[in-house]
Structures are given as C-alpha cells and as structure tokens.
Design a protein around this ligand. Structure first.
Ligand code: HEM
Length: 480
C-alpha cells in the first residue's frame, strides 16, 4: 500500500520498524502446542509459535497487526498462540471465538487479570477492569449515568463546543485532522465529563489525561525517571487528587456533567459509588471515550476524503436537516447514510481493536483447549476484516449497512465494535451522538479530500490510530 507520510521523521521510524519486523518474521520458530488437551476431552490443542527470541511477534503485531492476524487465522484458525516479550498470548479471532470469550459462560475469563498487565497501573479499578459480581454491582450504578435523559444533558453541554471548534477550523492544505479532533475531544472531555470551564484548569486536566493514556501505551514499561511510563503515573496521581478534591462539591451540586452524574448515580437498590470508586471510574471513562471517538471521527473523515461520492451523499443528507443544532431525537434514524458510514468505519477500524482477558480456569474456545492462566487477546479489529464474514473486507462500503444483500451480518458477533457480554460498551450511544454531531458540522461547513494514493500511517493505541496527524485538504463551503 502506498503511504505518503508527511513527516519525514515518522516515515523513517516506520521504515525502520517495518524492516525490523520483516527480519524478525523470517526467524524459523517451530510450531508447537500451547498445552496438550486433557485425555478424552475431545478438544484440539491451540497451535502457534513464539517467534523471534524474547521479542516474539511483537514487532509484527505493532507494525502490521491486520496482516499478521489474518495470516495466523489462515494458518491456525480462530484460536492460535504467539510469543510477545516473555508472554505467550492466545489470539481469539472471528465471531464464534469472540462470542465464547465475551459470553464467558463458565466464568473462565477474567478482565481484571487480562487488562492488568496492559493498562493496570493507569486504569486500575476502572469498571472494565472489574470482574464478575463486583463488576455487575458497579455497572448497575454506572448505567444510571448513561440513561437517555443523562445523554440529552451531555449533548446540551457538548454541542456549543463542537460548533465553535469545528466551524473555527481554517481552509487549509495538510490540515492535521486527527490532531485537531484530539484537541476538540480533550476540550469536550473537560466540559462534558468533568464540568470544568475551559482555561488553565482544563488545560492541565487535558495534559494530565493525555500523559496518563500515553503511559498505558508506553513501550518501556517501567517507572524510569523522565520516561513516558513515569510521566503517566505522576499524571494519574494528579488526576486522582483533582477528582477527589471535587467530589464533596459535586455530591452537593446539581451539575449535568458526567462527573456530577457519577457522584449522584444510585442503583435500583440505592447503592452508590464510594469516593475512591468515582475517582477510578472517571479516569477510566476519560480514556474509554477519548481515543476511541477520535479514531472513529478521523477515520470517517479519511474514508470520506477519498470516497467523494459518499461525502457528497452524506452532505446532502446533512443539509436536508433544518438546522445545525441536532438533538438526540433528531439522531434517531434521521441520518441513515451517516449511520451506515459510521458503522462501516467501526467495522474497518475498530477503535477498541484488541481486548484482553486471562483464564482463571482451564476452558475451551472454538473446540480448542485453553489452560488456566492464559492471556487471551480478543482481536476485534481483524475479526471484522475477515473475508469469511465480510466480502471484500478492506473496501469502504457503507452500503453494507443500508439494507442491501449483506446488510444483516450472518453471525450475531460478526459486527461487534462495542464488544459483547457483560462488559459491552456502556458509552455506545454517547459515542454515536458525539461522532454524528461532529460529522454533521463538518459536512455542512466544509468539503475535504486526501491526496490520491494517500494512506494514513496507522500506529497502535486502543485501536488503529493515525500516527501522521492525518493531513487533509479542508475547504470551507461558501453556503450552507
Ligand atoms: C467509537 C467509540 C467506542 C468504541 C468502539 C468502544 C468500544 C468498547 C469496547 C469494545 C468495550 C468492551 C471492552 C471489553 O470487553 O474488555 C468497551 C467498554 C466500555 N466502554 Fe466503550 N467504546 C467507545 C466509546 C465509549 C465512550 C464514548 C464511553 C463513555 C462515555 C465508553 C465507555 C465504556 C465503558 C464504561 C466500558 C466498560 C464497560 C464494562 O466493563 O462494563 N466507550 N467499549
């Protein structure tokens, strides 16, 4: 694939990584069983190989995660194992394997243990990192902050900022779209999630939040002074203080921001969060919402910037709506093309691309024996790019979701960008309204394109993330 990378340093770094990955991939690592299935179980062993000494397959999973996952799927089927810096990780890919892990019938898969080695120090005790009964109890309280009336309140808070920021973007060549969307969402997080007015306090919050997220994604995972990990840990400590100090006032006040709602939420049985729970959940929620939405908005702009026919069709749909100020009711079914395009982006660029679990007992996935204490990576990203389930899977075609021949996925979990089972995303409707309100503004006020042949350089955050800032040519429309 051609990749016109604007930034020469990023381009050089990527070339180096690709060369190293190609070199490591050629290492003759023998295929072995992960563990021998118990006699008489009728189960097959999980097959795979460690890869390059120590590093395992880590470079391939970072540089070409999609190609790597699809090759493993071709070779070993929906369940395989690979080495990665001292670990052996089982990959679950394809709707049937995903369903087994998500539905978790025999409670064999722990989210706490699966996520801990990945983001534990930065997002510990966030709801996604809780298990079983405790998770259920927390979720019952938290879902009160995601009711329709709560979402209406968030939309009222987020709309002015989105209109102000998006309409303020300039006509420009090489406008760094992803960078601009990240900024927009950080400001929005301060206003909608935290209820902080923009200014130095919100800037500090945004910086601390950014450093916390980067800490979780650091390659060198140790508290080395000056390192990304260390900076992330210090930023998390500041966020903890910030939220903890504000809780009494929020509990007493009547704010409609997410932080205030979390302070007031009660389950049907009257249970509410402790102060420590609120702090942990708020820090997690900022992360859960931010990168995922930024990826979805940016990749949607990218695909519409190279599929100009779809861009025009979506613009016509946006201009047919009476005004800029969408409400939640307006979003219900009034924008079928935008809805289909958003779904297609979630299918192609799953913003939460890999999820983790660890087995706490011997179990089975798609007829394969998975022993206790196995780290399992649920590959949502590659699963929705399998030709077995999606014809021509790398082609952007919102028509798939418009009631045509293949509109209805053949398996319940063939399209599952928000996960499944008890940990299924709580913010799905929040994300839906956020992405649509931003795109609505963009479509009404701008036309944009990307250079012919341009492919964004994707790195790995929560999912496939534009690492080159995603330069687009943005032109303000003369009339709305
Ligand atoms: C396009 C945007 C988004 C995508 C694709 C997405 C995807 C996901 C996925 C796949 C999970 C399951 C994780 C697992 O099983 O381990 C998840 C969990 C979660 N997401 Fe989202 N998410 C998005 C946006 C948001 C937003 C905006 C919020 C909050 C405002 C949010 C809040 C959560 C929460 C709280 C959980 C944990 C639920 C639990 O463990 O019970 N997400 N998300």
């Amino acid at each position: 694939m051609t990749s016109l990378i604007a930034d020469p340093v990023t381009a050089a770094k990527r070339r180096l990584q690709s060369t190293a990955a190609a070199f490591a991939a050629r290492y003759p690592s023998p295929v072995r069983e992960l563990a021998h299935p118990p006699a008489g179980s009728g189960l097959r062993p999980v097959m795979g190989n460690y890869g390059f000494p120590v590093l395992g397959h880590i470079l391939s999973t970072l540089v070409e995660p999609l190609d790597f996952a699809r090759e493993r799927y071709e070779k070993f089927g929906p369940v395989s194992w690979a080495g990665g810096v001292g670990f052996r990780v089982v990959q679950a890919i394809g709707p049937e394997a995903l369903e087994t892990v998500w539905i978790n019938r025999d409670k064999a898969f722990s989210s706490t243990r699966g996520w801990a080695p990945v983001i534990g120090p930065f997002f510990h005790r966030g709801i996604m990192l809780l298990d079983f009964e405790e998770h259920r109890d927390h979720r019952r309280i938290m879902q009160q902050a995601f009711t329709r009336s709560a979402l209406d309140g968030y939309l009222d808070l987020m709309r002015p900022g989105i209109v102000r920021t998006v309409t303020g973007w300039p006509s420009a060549h090489g406008f760094p779209f992803y960078t601009a969307v990240k900024e927009l969402l950080l400001d929005q997080a301060a206003e909608v999630f935290v209820g902080a007015v923009l200014g130095p306090e919100a800037d500090q919050l945004a910086a601390d939040f950014h450093d916390t997220v980067c800490g979780g994604q650091a390659m060198i995972r140790a508290d080395v002074p000056g390192g990304i990990w260390a900076r992330g840990l210090r930023a998390r400590e500041r966020l903890e203080c910030y939220f903890a100090e504000q809780i009494p006032a929020r509990r007493a006040g009547g704010g409609t921001d997410l932080f205030s709602m979390m302070c007031h939420s009660r389950s049907d049985d009257g249970e509410r969060f402790t102060d420590a729970d609120i702090v942990n959940h708020m820090i997690f929620l900022l992360m859960a919402a931010h990168d995922t939405s930024a990826i979805a908005i940016s990749m949607l702009a990218y695909e519409l910037g190279r599929n100009l026919g779809w861009q025009s069709a979506l613009r016509e749909e946006a201009l047919a709506s009476p005004d800029d100020e969408l409400t939640l009711a307006d979003l219900d079914g009034a924008f079928p093309l935008l809805d289909a395009a958003f779904k297609e982006i979630l299918r192609m660029y799953a913003p939460a691309g890999t999820l983790f679990r660890q087995t706490v007992t011997d179990t089975e996935v798609a007829g394969h024996f998975v022993p206790r204490k196995t780290q399992v990576a649920i590959n949502v990203y590659a699963s929705m790019r399998l030709a077995d389930w999606w014809p021509d899977p790398d082609r952007f075609d919102p028509g798939r979701f418009l009631g045509g021949a293949d509109a209805a996925p053949v398996h319940r979990y063939a399209f599952a960008p928000f996960g499944g089972g008890v940990h299924k995303c709580l913010g799905q409707q929040f994300a839906d309204m956020n992405v649509k309100v931003v795109l609505h503004q963009l479509l009404r006020h701008f036309e944009w394109r990307v250079p012919p042949g341009y492919r964004p350089l994707l790195s790995w955050g929560t999912g496939p993330t534009p690492a080159d800032g995603l330069p687009v040519t943005l032109r303000r429309r003369a009339h709305r």
